[in-house]
Design a protein around this ligand. Structure first.
Ligand code: NAI
Ligand code: MG
Length: 341
């Protein structure tokens, strides 16, 4: 029995988590979901966006599946609290073009590795009406461990590639060390120190502003990008836009002891309650969770089934030009899974 914490959150977070759990329940797996509250509705009910009980559940289960939450002014963001409390220091955000999906580029396959625990999201802010200051904390320890994880991911991606690709894998460090000399200077130095242990992997580094442009002009060049918290947040939404939007963008937050899996998108109040949210970002996050649980066979099948649904293009939610509901897509993925067995 695998114990998984399930945190639906608000808005479409509930719809896509329901879909993800439905798909998992159709698989040959013995999962015990433990439900926990977080988000705006939780705040209205309990006076906190993330109760201690939720953290306790997330800490004692094998992995956590998180939908999305609506922000509560002046209150802690549950997902950022979870990332910090679980010390899931790496946020993996794959960017992939899928056949059948109209997107800006149809040949992308890269990974953004975002540092998850510090940087401008350290939440050490101070201010009054005249001036406000946010601390941007960068440590050698966090920079080295995220760089190491990025290199390890580059090795794994290289092994997984089916076709022979010329050249070595590439890890790109993204920073703004020309201006943020101390903080990003440290981040960049940590990256190159770690790189010495990986002589077989190519490296380069770009400034974050130039990277924003390269994402539009030569995104095919990227293999693994490693960057600090805020830069990773912004660049990964931008990258999601290259390949069909937030409805398709999954993520996994990985640490030494925990895994936390969530779609990149938020609670989407503009479409919440209509059951038209795209469950694929969540489905692909579920596949990342299955990888983490060492159920690679099921994970790969789930990715193939999802890709088949996209390729066939018959059952899609409105963000991809279809007319179907969230659960229609989930059921179609289950049908495709059955065809693979
Ligand atoms: P959002 O990601 O919720 O939505 C942005 C746009 O993408 C909207 O037009 C939405 O309809 C569309 N979209 C997102 N996911 C979709 C899906 N699965 N299917 C179809 N369309 C989808 O971002 P937004 O509007 O900036 O934020 C809404 C709320 O979510 C805010 O309160 C924000 O703070 C919160 N948020 C929470 C996150 C989390 O819990 N991890 C992450 C990002 C935002
Ligand atoms: Mg974001």
């Amino acid at each position: 029995m695998i114990k998984i914490a399930r945190i639906d959150g608000d808005g479409i977070g509930k719809e896509v988590t329901e879909a993800g759990v439905h798909i998992l329940n159709s698989m040959d797996l013995n999962i015990d979901f433990i439900e926990a509250e977080a988000g705006r509705e939780c705040f209205d009910k309990n006076g906190t966006t993330i109760p201690e009980e939720t953290l306790k559940i997330a800490k004692k289960t094998k992995a956590t599946l998180f939908g999305a939450s609506t922000s509560t002014p002046g209150e802690k963001s549950p997902i950022i609290t979870l990332r910090q409390e679980l010390d899931v220091y790496a946020n993996l955000r794959p960017v992939k073009s899928f056949k059948g999906v109209k997107c800006l580029f149809d040949d992308l396959d890269f990974l953004i590795v975002r540092e998850n625990t510090e940087g401008l999201y350290s939440r050490q802010e101070d201010g009054d009406e005249e001036q406000a200051v946010a601390k941007r904390i960068i440590t050698k320890k966090a920079s080295e461990r995220i760089s190491k994880l990025a290199f390890e991911q580059a090795i794994k991606r290289n092994e997984d590639r089916k076709e022979d690709i010329e050249g070595k894998p590439l890890v790109t460090c993204v920073h703004k060390a020309n201006v943020l000399k101390k903080t990003d200077g440290l981040f960049k130095k940590a990256f190159y120190d770690v790189a010495m242990n990986y002589p077989d992997i190519n490296t380069n580094n770009y400034f974050v502003d130039a990277t924003a442009m390269y994402l539009l002009t030569k995104p095919q060049e990227f293999d693994v990008i490693v960057t600090t918290n805020l830069f990773g947040d912004i660049l990964s939404d931008c990258a999601a836009g290259l390949v069909g939007g937030l409805g398709l963008a999954p993520s996994g937050n990985i640490g030494d002891k925990h895994g936390l899996f969530e779609p990149v998108h938020g609670s989407a109040p503009d479409i919440a309650g209509q059951n038209i949210s795209n469950p694929i970002a969540m489905t692909l996050s579920v596949a990342m969770m299955l990888d983490y649980l060492k159920e690679e066979y099921l994970a790969n099948n789930l990715r193939i089934a999802t890709e088949n649904v996209l390729k066939k293009g018959k059952v899609l939610t409105p963000d991809l030009g279809g007319k179907n509901k969230t659960m229609d897509v989930a059921n179609e993925i289950i049908k495709e899974l059955e065809l693979l067995n």
